[in-house]
Design a protein around this ligand. Structure first.
Ligand code: C2O
Ligand code: CU
Length: 491
């Protein structure tokens, strides 16, 4: 009887919180879009590019006259855009002045596990951490955010997120829009809800997907517009929301060119009318503008989201006007998009034909493969230099997604079929609505470290915090997994 009462209570709570989420109409676009500054850097004697990030608390005036307590990097909300070239050695000197432990993870970066910034690289309050690595992957739009086990959702939602752009020789040469903040614009999308002056504390998180806001911001700007002076504008879309999935497009149905996904450029531009991004995913799109026009980037309801219940209670029916693009009366001509984009970038993606082993991941809100995250347990041990096929399945009745640290993977199959264009490029995060099975090809070619795990997890951050995460180590052939640092003798 007690169990039944609990179940009924939970169902009621879920229904109630679900109905609390409203579909949102038109924003007034009264605020110029903030562009995160490019982070200053210096190059030290050995050629390493050095950045400084300070994790801090602050207050942000999202709307005039209302100051909201927030977190940020080198400022009160979000962080500067870091930028580096393939082959460069980089070091980021981080100071944690939050007054609580956190970490900084480089989402999408191929780097040694000790530099990854996951839950094992915790930075104590007042402490510093200076990870360093050599950029060894193609041009891409990556990002950084905290990853403290159990508190990631709160830290990201309070404002700790920023972009990390990578360039390479090929991307430097391509005739793509690349004037940062002018015709190459970062678009960090987050949904928010204000509870008085506070960012909502997440009280509508109970049984379901996690926090869903009732408005969106771009780069921390509510009701944003961007003035456009060129015929072609490139938008680097990042879904930095903690739960919500978006389907971006334009109300007049104009096609745009998808040129890149999470881990870099596509082989060639793909004409699209919509691109769907779940939390953590990125897409680079190029839009053609007419002189004098105003166009709204909108997120549309998502019909592939699962059944009617999922759509309703997980935000799949919602629509948001995200950003207004305002074209000048005269536009600078842009060269046409190159027919071919990423030669080497894409050929570096793993091939499922090379796979030496398969693994299976069943996604449930209560854990992956029936286990909740345990920092002292290594769930999977992979051999350095090998390719694997991972089959990921969601039959959990609610949406999830799946992110793997360190690698750029290839989507081989979605429910038995070839992947659509947005899943043909390099990926590190994929959306799996209920009823989805995906096969991914991954290659593990970083340095082996049997004691320091990388993470794989659902990037709906409330789920991640609740334990929808597992750990893998990369070892030399024949080696066994070690013990995660700080967990000797545990578990
Ligand atoms: Cu964007 Cu494990 O995270
Ligand atoms: Cu999930």
């Amino acid at each position: 009887v007690a169990v039944a009462a609990l179940a009924v209570g939970a169902l009621f709570t879920w229904l109630w919180t679900g109905s609390d989420v409203s579909t949102v109409g038109t924003e007034r676009f009264g605020n110029r879009l903030a562009i995160p500054p490019l982070a200053a850097s210096s190059v030290d004697e050995d050629g390493t590019r050095v950045f400084d990030l300070r994790m801090q608390t602050g207050e942000t005036e999202f709307e005039r006259g209302r100051r909201t307590p927030t977190y940020g990097f080198n400022g009160s909300y979000l962080g500067p855009t870091l930028r580096a070239e393939r082959g460069e050695r980089v070091r980021v000197r981080i100071r944690n002045e939050l007054g609580e432990a956190s970490s900084v993870h480089w989402h999408g970066m191929h780097l040694p596990a000790r530099m990854d910034g996951g839950p094992h690289q915790s930075i104590a309050p007042g402490a510093a951490w200076s990870p360093h690595w050599t950029v060894d992957q193609p041009a891409a739009t990556l990002w950084y955010h905290p990853h403290p086990h159990g508190a990631t959702e709160r830290h990201v939602r309070k404002g700790l997120a920023g972009l990390f752009l990578l360039d390479d020789e090929k991307s430097d040469e391509l005739a793509l829009p690349k004037k940062y903040g002018v015709d190459d614009v970062p678009v960090i999308v987050q949904d928010v809800r204000f509870d008085g002056a506070e960012l909502d504390n997440g009280r509508n998180i109970f049984q379901s997907v996690g926090f869903l806001g009732d408005r969106t911001m771009v780069n921390g700007t509510l009701g944003p517009y961007q003035e456009v002076g060129d015929e072609l504008i490139r938008l680097r879309l990042l879904n930095a929301s903690t739960t919500r999935t978006y389907a971006f497009g334009f109300p007049d149905g104009r096609p745009f060119s998808l040129i890149g996904t999470d881990g870099g450029l596509l082989e060639r531009p793909a004409a699209m009318e919509r691109v769907q991004l779940s939390p953590g995913e990125r897409a680079e799109i190029v839009v053609r503008m007419e002189a004098g026009e105003r166009v709204v980037l909108r997120s549309f309801p998502q019909d592939n989201y699962g059944d009617a219940w999922q759509r309703r209670f997980s935000g799949g029916e919602d629509s948001f006007d995200v950003l207004e693009l305002r074209a000048a009366d005269r536009l600078r001509p842009s060269p046409g998009l190159p027919a071919a984009l990423a030669g080497p970038g894409l050929s570096e993606l793993p091939d499922d034909a090379d796979a030496v082993r398969g693994r299976y991941f069943d996604l449930k809100r209560t854990g992956i493969n029936g286990r909740t995250m345990d920092m002292g347990r290594i769930d999977e041990t992979v051999t350095r230099g090998t390719t694997e096929v991972w089959t990921v399945r969601n039959a959990d009745g609610m949406p999830h997604n799946f992110h793997v640290h360190d690698v750029r993977f290839r989507v081989v199959e979605v429910n038995g079929s070839a992947p659509p264009p947005p899943l043909r490029g390099p990926k590190d995060t994929v959306f799996l609505p209920n009823g989805t099975t995906m096969k991914l090809a991954l290659r593990f070619d970083g340095p082996a470290d049997r004691d320091t795990p990388y993470m794989y997890h659902c990037h709906l951050l409330y789920h991640e915090d609740e334990g929808m995460m597992g750990q893998f180590v990369v070892v030399e052939k024949g080696e066994r997994a070690g013990t995660p640092a700080g967990h000797a003798g545990g578990h």
